[in-house]
Design a protein around this ligand. Sequence first.
Ligand code: SF4
Length: 211
Amino acid sequence: MNKQKRTEIFTRLREANPHPETELNYTTPFELLVAVVLSAQATDKGVNKATDKLYPVANTPQAIYDLGLDGLKEYIKTIGLYNSKAENVIKLCRQLLDKHGGEVPDNRKDLEALPGVGRKTANVVLNTAFRQPTMAVDTHIFRVANRTGIAPGKNVVEVEDRLMRLVPKEFLMDAHHWLILHGRYTCVARKPRCGACLIEDLCEFKDKTVE
Ligand code: SF4
């Protein structure tokens, strides 16, 4: 795919949604961090349902740590893998209190050192909470980048590297949100909705669906 097409794709995605946002509910970097940790292999809606009850009661590292493991599990037991996620969140709170004064660090090295936080989670927090241009490649972005030809790659790291190199700078900050939302609602996994796709004429996917 050439640069002109990529620019046109992101221009259209931006026009359709000038200020894209995560669908996870949060009001602070800490709330976002915990929500993203909880969202692994779960839906944003499912996470929001749990955190909408949890955060009014406890939304700081100290408050969640004070709930204890069993107390936290009560709030998140509707989310998949909640046992291990609860353990990670409690340890993460401890580490934030011990090493970062209860604040969420704004750099990749310290974020990735937190329990339950991998590259993708760090990318989401850096981008969404701290407005750094990062590309949190999830299953939706991986699929859209490959199908469209925007940034094809064999694995998420390859796609992340290519997106960071190939997405025109002016779109870099919000690109990951546009791509996730496009993959979640239009370029869906099993049968992409090509007839309703605003970049259909630019996309290079060979097996587009026909109306
Ligand atoms: S045209 Fe189809 S395959 Fe291409 S981005 Fe749109 S929905 Fe996805």
